[in-house]
Design a protein around this ligand. Structure first.
Ligand code: SAM
Length: 204
């Protein structure tokens, strides 16, 4: 998976590649799908949601530019797989999941793997998590037409916000960087995510 799907497609950060090679992805999918866990595609995780394709997880993580002592907000815990990758690369991950059953399942898997630097909140992640802001990086793992305003306000100076923006069929993965003069925007490629449902996303 690491060589064929990540290195060959341009993922370079050695720490991201190492994390992707280390976290046992098969534990984050239903046991019936374990033999497909490393396939080059998203897979169903129940509740009509998906675990993201390995390449997309690596691309978003690399774009976050994590280096040790940083604090990250993830919106859309899903299976908890991306959460685990992030947790190995920064100090603390604050992850928000809207669907109770998914949050509970992800928490159990992450506890089983001793990821104690992860806090999970059940609720609307488009509101962010103001008690723990500002964040060095914010990753939104579901698609929306517009940037959720509260997330911009919770981004640290120099911080990176990675988010799929577009309609329900297709989006562009964007990186916004907070600089002294405002937000710098960069496109990272086309993608297709499930909907970000919430007050500052698609209507729930
Ligand atoms: N990165 C995750 C993984 O590796 O398993 C996949 C995330 S999945 C593509 C998107 C998740 O976002 C779903 O679990 C969905 O329930 C969640 N979601 C959608 N809208 C949300 C919101 N407003 N707040 C929090 N989570 C939300």
């Amino acid at each position: 998976m690491v060589q064929e799907q990540l290195v060959n497609r341009g993922i370079k950060d050695p720490q991201v590649l190492q994390a992707m090679g280390k976290v046992p992805r098969h534990l984050f999918v239903e046991s019936a799908l374990a033999d497909r866990a490393h396939d080059d595609e998203p897979l169903p995780i129940g509740e009509r949601q998906t675990i993201s394709q390995p390449y997309m997880v690596a691309l978003m993580t690399e774009a976050a530019e994590l280096r040790g002592e940083q604090k990250v907000l993830e919106v859309g815990t899903g299976s908890g797989y991306q959460t685990a990758i992030l947790a190995g690369l920064c100090l603390n991950v604050f992850s928000i999941e809207k669907i109770h059953a998914l949050a509970v399942k992800a928490r159990a898997v992450l506890d089983g793997l001793s990821y104690y630097n992860v806090a999970i909140h059940i609720g609307d992640g488009t509101l962010g998590w103001s008690e723990h802001a500002p964040f060095d990086a914010i990753l939104v793992t579901a698609g929306t037409p517009e940037l959720p305003r509260p997330l911009i306000g919770q981004l640290a100076s120099g911080g990176r916000l990675i988010i799929p923006l577009g309609d329900e069929r297709s989006q562009v993965l964007k990186r916004f960087r907070r600089t002294a003069s405002g937000l710098e925007e960069e496109g990272l490629g086309d993608c297709r995510f499930v909907k970000l449902l919430g007050r500052y996303g698609w209507p729930d």
